[in-house]
Design a protein around this ligand. Structure first.
Ligand code: GLN
Ligand code: ZN
Length: 774
């Protein structure tokens, strides 16, 4: 008989209890034992909840105090030397030090987990590195669940994905070379799990849905030849895409089961069944990456096909991936109307869907549930709240002419120089200025109704005024208003667009204790009225210097929202682009001479497979152009991107045709900029010369050095001088001091001054960028 399974449950807690506990521990207000107890309490609650939802195969070791990749690093004892020697086990202090750094040891790097907004801690590899069992967490949590009467299926991150996600710190070192060193530890933990009574384990190898090198394929064969008989039966989990050309490889591995993501890639089931296999198949039919209610009928049909082909005993029904990427419980949402709620499913509801499909396959009468599901989905499809014929008509009428500026860059450059009259090496910032506790308090008080709209508005105007005065004093050339009215660069726009909804508790873990609450795009998107013109227009009126308006770009708005699943993402993105286009036109009409459209998420939207890059970049770049193109030649369009490797997408970045792009480069010591030089990026560039994620105040000489390095690859007349990201997380004193140094650096360059000082090595950790996380 088919059984229901789950691959992972959100660990943060419905009310972010884990965040509170971990942060209290960090602040020294919660002892370690209490933190451990809180973890256990959450695990118990979540196991119980999954059992109550009717799930048979319940995961353990999906819980983490910070990150499952870091947990694997601890399991394998791969503690970088700077965090001290590894004793019997990785200590709690060492564990969090790796994630967050200490005064002496910078944190390990952090980066995005595949194409999600979840960030993992990047394993580090050095020559001659040793590994040994550094944690027994998988066994402990298995036993903990068993003591509660729940037999779980422990989850491990697979060796090849773990190695592939890591970074070699020594030149020429290939992390895969450590496979033979870590396999014995996997064998050890698997045999301990078997001894503890685990009959199955889930081993995640999401690397299987990417383009594998021959070395990676070989590593997978070697690994599973060894692990398959080491302990419990293995359910090998692939997710976030199709196995496709790796399907034969996956089927050839001697594991007992294979999990397929049939939401992202439903076609692969037929491919698999056509090949025939004696594995247990776990069908990922419920979307673990999005918040929409599953349409049960087609999911059931897929499942029935599989049952007919291989027999019910070899079928498991599951979400497509771990539910880590969706909020916990829709029932907690009191602010959403019942109609919208009837279209949604969070983790708890997704488990109920999983159970319903399984029960139906097993002959239970679920007619009522299936009927309710079909009715809700039909109502969603037909709802006038989703369909705005005017928006659809406008989007389908977009033509290539709408994507192009009036003139090519050289003519625009001349027109803008005449209008803006900026000095060489013009200075500017990326948009936001410090969001002080005063600002946060005022926002919260306003939200609670403690201060009126008028009071709040007057407060924000005072903050904006002060920020403009500061920028004038510091001597910046192109000013910004400071973004004090915005809590978050996507949420702010979502709140002003139609087709958007917001949750109260729809938190999703972003990294460590940080969570984001992505807004929901449920319908056709349009802009009922201007969103930023009031603030930018007000700001321009306060100064004689040119003001740069600030917008978030369509791709970033899309990327950091939960997006409707009933039309292609490109279509939704085009609707957002049209709304931004209207805002751009209105800003120009209001007299703003420069408009920045941020696209920090452009690169992270790249598909996992190379073959899909071109199509994505095609529509993403078109959407940016659609949003930015309506302006006159003498209106300067800026864009900003951060923390991304640009080398492989340079043509797309150039095709965006922004007049000025500001990018993060200071952490990589301008290396990134070489890509712009090699490619001969045609327009203006502001390489970030101040790493705003570091509390360190950059010296003028450091910045001069960086700029001089930049001018060896980019002509000096096309260089801007700016920080590498927004300043909202910084305090005023360091902001002022740093910007003064930055202006001084520009001044020195204008005078051609020479200051041959060496650049200090930085080695800084990313403190999370872009999306405000809480
Ligand atoms: N304009 C935004 C800011 O300054 C850009 C943020 C970002 O790049 N993530 O905050
Ligand atoms: Zn940025």
């Amino acid at each position: 008989m088919p059984v229901s399974a789950n691959l992972g449950f959100p660990r943060i807690g419905a009310r972010r209890e884990l965040k509170a506990a971990v942060e209290a521990y960090w602040n020294g207000t919660m002892p370690e034992a209490d933190l451990a107890a809180e973890g256990a309490r959450l695990r118990a609650r979540h196991w119980q909840l999954q059992r109550d939802a009717g799930i048979t195969l319940i995961p353990s070791n999906d819980f983490s105090f910070y990150d499952q990749v870091l947990d694997t690093t601890a399991l394998l004892g791969a503690v970088p030397r700077r965090f001290g020697p590894l004793g019997d086990r990785v200590t709690t202090a060492q564990y969090f030090a790796m994630a967050r750094g200490t005064q002496q040891a910078p944190a390990m790097e952090m980066t995005k987990w595949f194409d999600t907004n979840y960030h993992y801690i990047v394993p580090e590899f050095t020559n001659g590195q040793h590994f040994r069992l550094g944690s027994v967490k998988p066994v402990e949590e298995f036993l903990e669940a068993r003591d509660l009467g729940i037999q779980t299926r422990p989850v491990l991150l697979g060796p090849v994905t773990w190695l592939s996600l890591g970074k070699a710190k020594d030149p020429g070192l290939d992390p895969l070379a450590f496979l033979s060193a870590i396999l014995p530890i996997y064998v050890e933990i698997l045999s301990r799990l078997a001894a503890a009574g685990a009959d199955w384990v889930q081993i995640d190898e999401p690397i299987l849905v990417t383009d594998l090198s021959p070395e990676q394929s070989r590593a997978l064969r070697t690994a599973y030849a060894e692990l398959a008989s080491a302990g419990p039966q293995i359910m090998l989990a692939s997710y976030f895409g199709a196995l496709d050309d790796n399907l034969d490889l996956a089927l050839s591995l001697p594991v007992a089961g294979l999990h397929l993501d049939l939401v992202r890639a439903p076609w692969q089931l037929a491919d698999l069944l056509a090949r025939g296999s004696d594995k247990v198949l776990s069908l990922g039919l419920i979307d673990g990456r999005n918040v929409w209610r599953t349409e049960l009928a087609p999911a059931l049909e897929l499942a029935r096909g599989a049952v007919d082909a291989v027999g019910g005993n070899r079928i498991q029904i599951a979400p497509s991936c771990s539910l880590l990427h969706v909020p916990v419980d829709l029932d907690a949402e009191t602010g959403l109307d019942t109609e919208l709620k009837s279209w949604l499913a969070f983790a708890v509801q997704k488990l109920a869907e999983t159970a319903t499909i399984t029960a139906t396959l097993n002959g239970t009468d679920t007619a009522a549930e299936l009927g309710a599901n079909a009715a809700a989905l039909a109502a969603r499809r037909a709802s006038p709240r989703i369909h705005d014929p005017k928006v659809k008509a406008r989007a389908s009428a977009v033509s290539n002419a709408d994507l192009a500026r009036k003139s090519a860059y050289p003519a625009r450059q001349r027109a803008q120089a005449a209008r803006l009259n900026l000095p060489a090496f013009p200075t500017t910032s990326i948009g936001s200025f410090p969001q002080t506790t005063g600002i946060r308090r005022a926002r919260a008080d306003h939200r609670k109704g403690l201060i009126s709209d008028t009071e709040y508005d007057a407060f924000l105007k005072r903050e904006t005024d002060a920020c403009i005065r500061k920028q004038e004093e510091i001597g910046l050339d192109l000013l910004v208003h400071g973004e004090f009215e915005r809590n978050d660069m996507v949420e702010y726009f979502g709140e002003h667009l139609s087709g958007y909804a917001f949750t109260k508790l729809g938190w999703v873990q972003s990294y460590g204790s940080r969570c984001v609450k992505p807004p929901l795009i449920f319908g056709d998107v349009s802009r009922p009225q201007p969103m930023t013109v009031g603030w930018s227009g007000y700001a321009q009126a306060q100064t004689a210097r040119p003001m740069k308006a600030m917008l978030t770009g369509p791709v970033t708005i899309l990327q950091w929202s939960f997006v409707r699943d009933d039309q292609p993402r490109s279509e939704t993105c085009r609707q957002i682009a049209l709304a931004i286009r209207d805002e751009v036109a209105d800003l120009e009409a209001a007299g703003l001479p420069a408009i920045q459209i941020d696209e920090p998420a452009l690169r992270e939207g790249l598909p996992l497979r190379r073959r899909d890059w071109e199509a994505y970049l095609g529509w993403a770049v078109d959407c940016f152009r659609l949003s930015s193109a309506p302006v006159r030649d003498d209106t300067q369009i800026h864009t900003h991107m951060c923390y991304a490797e640009f080398n492989d997408i340079m043509p797309a970045i150039a095709a965006m045709d922004a007049d000025v792009i500001s990018v993060e480069t200071s952490r990589s010591d301008m290396e990134l900029l070489e890509a712009f030089g090699d490619f001969s990026y045609p327009n203006e560039i502001g390489p970030g010369v101040w790493d705003i994620h570091s509390p360190r105040i950059p010296e003028t000489d450091d910045m001069v050095q960086l700029l001089r390095k930049a001018s060896s690859v980019i002509p000096a007349e096309r260089l801007w001088v700016n920080p590498d990201c927004g300043l909202k997380t910084r305090g005023w004193p360091e902001t002022e001091a740093s910007l003064k140094n930055l202006v001084a650096a520009a001044q020195l360059l204008r005078e051609g001054g020479q200051t041959p000082l060496p650049i200090e090595p930085k080695g800084l950790a990313l403190a999370g960028c872009g999306c405000a996380s809480h």
